[in-house]
Design a protein around this ligand. Structure first.
Ligand code: ADP
Length: 177
């Protein structure tokens, strides 16, 4: 049936990415304004494998991607071994960290664990192409942007679920979805 063809070709990254419209916003980390305690609370209140790092909460411009396990290990190590790292220390992923008022606790620099070029697609990218990219590049996750702003994330599992859904759809549900 032609409708099926059309449907499967029309599924785009925005239809598969998280968060869905009704979901809470994407969990992100800012590049140079969050404290150690802020990041610790994000890591303990969520189970995601990683977090996009953005310029600021308002800009949502993507800076990179940081893995949950790298964050946990680095913060733990810094708290144990690095002088002056406390709950209120600012975490900084940038090259040059912003100057802080005298007497502020030491800054925790984590640029080394940041993936500076995570794979991204735009929200309009057909899922066919996204699936192909995941296969060919062996991606674990891919970020979704619109006009340069971060919108969402698609993980390997999201892609696998999407493929399974496409395979299980009967023609009726495709036509009336
Ligand atoms: P997996 O998809 O393998 O379970 P995750 O635990 O990282 O991997 O992600 C679980 C779900 O949450 C996925 O549907 C994914 O799209 C979404 N997700 C992943 N990272 C984030 C994030 N930082 N903020 C919001 N949602 C996320």
């Amino acid at each position: 049936l032609e409708a099926k063809e059309e449907f499967s070709h029309k599924t785009r990254a925005m239809d598969v990415m998280r968060p869905r419209k009704s979901d809470p916003a994407l969990t992100v980390i800012t590049q140079d304004t969050m404290k150690v305690e802020d990041v610790e609370s994000i890591v303990s209140s969520t189970t995601y494998s990683g977090y996009p790092v953005v310029v600021s909460p308002t800009s949502q411009r993507l800076v990179g991607f940081v893995l949950r396990r790298d964050l946990i290990i680095s913060i733990e190590n810094a708290r144990k071994k690095q002088d002056g790292i406390v709950s209120t220390s600012i975490i900084c992923f940038t090259d040059y960290c912003p100057p802080l008022p005298p007497g502020s606790p030491s800054v925790l620099k984590l640029r080394s664990i940041l993936d500076l070029s995570p794979f991204t697609v735009t929200d309009e990218t057909p899922m066919e192409i996204v699936v192909d990219i995941f296969r060919k590049l062996g991606l674990r996750q891919c970020l979704v942007t619109h006009n340069g702003k971060l919108l969402g994330i698609i993980t390997k599992k999201d892609v696998l679920k999407h493929i399974a859904q496409m395979a299980n759809q009967d023609p009726e549900s495709i036509l009336f979805n």
